[in-house]
Design a binder for this molecule. Structure first.
Ligand SMILES: Nc1ncnc2c1ncn2[C@@H]1O[C@H](COP(=O)(O)OP(=O)(O)O)[C@@H](O)[C@H]1O
Ligand SMILES: O=P(O)(O)OC[C@H]1O[C@](O)(COP(=O)(O)O)[C@@H](O)[C@@H]1O
Ligand SMILES: [Mg+2]
Length: 529
């Protein structure tokens, strides 16, 4: 069993001693999914109650003797994968693709049968997302109901090749599009999708250029892709297809898909892109088009729900180390040096938190999820003064979305509708200079903003592997006839998830999580408000 924990025990100092058992895979990665289970509620709760809100749209009522079955059914319904045959009268055929038979074009049924059953993932196969154990609901004075069975399991669909496929590879036209901002690994995913499609026998693969814009902009003709074209693209960062924000309406995009005769489309992007992909899937469904729409989550911000991590995040954190290290060397070498590094992270501070943890040199980490004051006795500036007195230098790492309440409110939006933030890095730099001038203490501030450098680079080894598996699974999912799904790694398993479940909200750093507390332990910073 991977995880067992008592929700009433999470807010204690020693979780293991108080009923939180570490499983083989550890528990921390699941704690960092506050969007899935509202962990804030649980973390703060000292007493068990009879009714638990376990997510935005799922509640457990322990007074109902049938709660467990209902919970499980509700969970299974939400995570059921949309399939083309839900609305179309289509029949599957056996695939020529298998573990022992990759790339074979002609096989007979005997050969397929000779292949062991482990060659394929069965549609009933599930991967364990979480096991949650609830404490007995006795404290509200009612009798404990079902005390031995107060735990639930959350199972999601395993990703991988299915034996039955819903497309004839010879006739398939597949398209790939990359949307939103850049992210290390985009080329790796594109490459792997093309290679896997060819392994199935697909010959017609196109790339849509510059995100959703490529569907309607006549100056951006589609490009033909093949193994030969994509062979080396993973050696560089960026996206060979180009990216963009903003774009056409769903109807226009689906018109274009129809006109081009596309059968399956792989859409690489973040939450905005996935909202678009889901709308495209719904419109194709409405028009009864046999088109598989499969997303691959991309964002260095790591702000997609349920996933252990999104591809590119590891690389971005690694690249951020270079900036932090430079800031450290500058600050240590200067007299009263203060190194300030601003990292990406619009609403989520995962990059700043992980980069600070990885570096070990950061004294102050500021993220969007945790408010802070610059001035006052408990403010950042006073703490910097203390650090200069005691250590002679200080390193500060700030996420771009942090402290926006300290800046003039911006009404600007980018083409996709994302709020354009004020520059918190420049603001903090100015405030540090002002403060130390006022108190007459010398301070040498070195400001480093590596923003685009951490996402324009090539994927590191860990991300390259993740991209490869995600790309392959995206193709398997499309051939299996799923549509409106996305691929991901959850609780170390590769899985398929319905798109609405991963974009329900933005994944944020939970200020009550042990990971954030570990970061605070590492930096040694106090609360700044
Ligand atoms: N709610 C939405 N519905 C449909 N399309 C959207 C939605 N939000 C964003 N998009 C489109 O998705 C693309 C990428 O969105 P963006 O927010 O820039 O990046 P990301 O996908 O990384 O979040 C853009 O072309 C944008 O127009
Ligand atoms: O300058 P751009 O292209 O809008 O990108 C900036 C944004 O890119 C990100 O790193 C990631 O954004 P997406 O996931 O939406 O691509 C944000 O943190 C940042 O605000
Ligand atoms: Mg986004």
């Amino acid at each position: 069993m991977a995880f067992v924990f008592s929700l009433n025990s999470i807010n204690v100092v020693n979780p293991v001693a108080h009923g939180l058992h570490l499983g083989r895979d550890g528990y921390c990665c699941n704690f960092s999914h506050p969007g899935f289970i509202n962990s804030n509620k649980f973390l703060k709760r000292k007493e068990a109650t009879l009714v638990r809100v376990v997510s935005e749209n799922q509640t457990i009522d322990f007074r109902d003797p049938d709660w467990k079955r209902k919970y499980q059914e509700d969970f299974d319904r939400r995570f059921n994968l949309p399939h083309l045959k839900d609305v179309l009268d289509i029949k599957p055929r056996l695939t020529t693709f298998s573990l022992r038979n990759r790339g074979a074009r002609i096989v007979d049924d005997d050969m397929l049968l000779a292949n062991g059953k482990n060659d394929y993932v069965n549609n009933d196969d599930r991967a364990l997302l979480k096991v949650i154990k609830y404490s007995s609901p006795t404290s509200a004075g009612a009798e404990c109901i079902d005390p031995d069975c107060s735990w639930v399991e959350q199972w999601v669909h395993r990703a991988g090749p299915r034996k039955e496929i819903y497309f004839d590879p010879d006739k398939v036209k597949a398209a790939i599009v990359t949307c939103g901002g850049l992210c290390p690994g985009l080329n790796d995913v594109i490459r792997q999708i093309v290679i896997t499609l060819e392994s199935y026998g697909v010959k017609n693969i196109i790339g849509i250029r510059h995100g959703y814009r490529g569907f309607f902009d006549e100056d951006l003709p589609e490009i033909q892709l093949s193994r030969q074209v994509v062979q080396n693209i993973n050696l560089a960062g960026g996206s060979v297809l180009g990216v963009s924000r903003g774009g056409a309406s769903t109807n226009e995009i689906v018109d274009s898909i129809q006109a081009r005769g596309i059968d399956m489309i792989f859409i690489l992007g973040g939450d905005g892109t996935h909202a678009g992909a889901n709308a495209i899937h719904n419109e194709c469904r409405k028009r009864k088009m046999k088109v598989s729409v499969v997303g691959v989550p991309k964002t260095i911000d790591n702000d997609i729900l349920l996933m252990d991590k999104t591809f590119g995040f590891d690389t971005a954190v690694e690249e951020a180390q270079r900036a932090i290290n430079s800031a450290y060397i500058e600050a240590r070498s200067a007299y009263h040096g203060i190194g300030l590094v601003k990292l990406m992270g619009r609403s989520s501070g995962f990059i700043a938190m992980h980069a600070s943890l990885a570096s070990g040199q950061v004294d102050i980490c500021l993220i969007p999820e945790v408010p802070f004051s610059l001035d006052g006795p408990f403010g950042v500036l006073r703490h910097l003064e203390h650090l200069l007195q005691t250590k002679g230098a200080a390193i500060l790492c700030v996420a771009e979305g942090a402290g926006q309440d300290l800046l003039e409110k911006s009404n600007l939006k980018d083409a996709s509708g994302n709020v354009v933030f004020g520059d918190i890095g420049v603001h903090i730099q100015q405030q540090i200079k002002r403060y130390f001038k006022e108190i007459g203490v010398p301070a040498d501030v070195k400001y480093i903003d590596p923003t685009y450098m951490i996402r324009a680079c090539r994927a590191n080894a860990a991300d390259a592997i993740l991209c490869t598996v995600l790309g392959q699974n995206a193709v398997h999912g499309a051939f299996a006839g799923f549509s409106g799904i996305t691929v991901g790694i959850c609780n170390t398993h590769y899985v398929y998830l319905p798109i609405p479940e991963v974009i329900r909200s933005t994944r944020l750093v939970d200020p009550n999580s042990r990971m954030w507390h570990r970061c605070l332990t590492s930096t040694g910073q106090p609360d700044f408000c």
